[in-house]
Design a binder for this molecule. Structure first.
Ligand code: PEP
Length: 257
């Protein structure tokens, strides 16, 4: 996007314990420093498992590591008798600035509906966290309805009634492209991301539509990141597998358009 700072987001999923997490973040920082990477022109956020957040926060807090810290999920509740769940309030207190909501793995393995994702989006905003809202079609959806119908409908439901000044990030993640090595083409991703930006415009207004970063996710690698970043409505990437390897993630962050 023209005036939007690119965002490269690393979703670690259920990988790396807290010791491995500290090692990876430090190595990543050294790798980017060696390449004299300027952090003014790209935001980097990592999304470790809950158990790693405190350890990574100590590095981020030391202010030596200019990465954002995010969580992979949150509860729709603030506190109470919800065994095993983690509140957005706790995440904010731990230094998280953002949280992934609606990832396809949460939808598939934890039966999260768009209504649940909408509630999680509201919970995030309530606690000052930027929700990284994931939407995307399965291969079955793609065959039946084309690429954009399902993600557009998902985002419409999730944004319905949300305050227009809520800071959000939207990630278009075709389910068939996640972890498959088969990324969408930049043209197809652009087409859907443009439609998602239209949804933001209708739901939250012009200002939000122009300011909101829309990411592409699904088998993003150092070899294809630049082709996505050239598209006008793609403002960054949500990276799974490629965020676990120092050299690969560092190269993705240092993409050249
Ligand atoms: C993801 O899970 O958000 C993702 C994009 O994974 P990968 O990069 O491994 O396809």
């Amino acid at each position: 996007g023209m005036t939007r700072t690119p965002l490269i987001a690393g979703n670690w999923k259920m990988n790396l314990d807290h010791l491995q997490a500290v090692a990876l973040v430090q190595k990543l920082h050294w790798s980017l420093k060696d390449a004299s990477h300027e952090f003014d022109d790209v935001d980097v956020t990592v999304f470790p498992p809950f158990t790693d957040l405190r350890s990574v926060q100590t590095l981020v807090d030391a202010d030596k590591i200019p990465f954002g810290l995010g969580a992979q999920d949150l509860s729709i509740h603030d506190s109470g008798a919800y065994t095993g769940e983690v509140s957005g309030e706790f995440l904010a207190k731990l230094g998280c600035g953002s949280v992934i909501v609606g990832h396809s793995e949460r939808r598939e393995y934890h039966a999260e509906t768009d209504e649940v994702v909408a509630a999680k989006t509201r919970a995030a905003v309530k606690h000052g966290l930027v929700p990284v809202i994931c939407v995307g079609e399965t291969s079955e959806d793609l065959e039946k309805h084309g690429a954009s119908a399902v993600p557009v409908a998902q985002l419409e439901t999730i944004l319905d009634g949300l305050a227009s000044d809520s800071e959000i990030v939207v990630a278009y993640e075709p389910v068939w492209a996640i972890g498959s090595g088969q990324a969408a083409t930049p043209e197809q991703a652009q087409e859907v991301c443009q439609k998602l930006r239209d949804v933001i415009r209708v739901s939250l207004g012009d200002e939000a539509a122009d300011a909101t970063r829309v990411l592409y996710g699904g088998s993003v690698k150092s070899g294809n990141i630049a082709s996505f970043m050239r598209e006008p409505d793609i403002d960054g990437a949500l990276v799974g597998g490629g965020s676990l390897k120092v050299d690969e993630f560092s190269a993705i962050v240092r993409f050249q358009k």
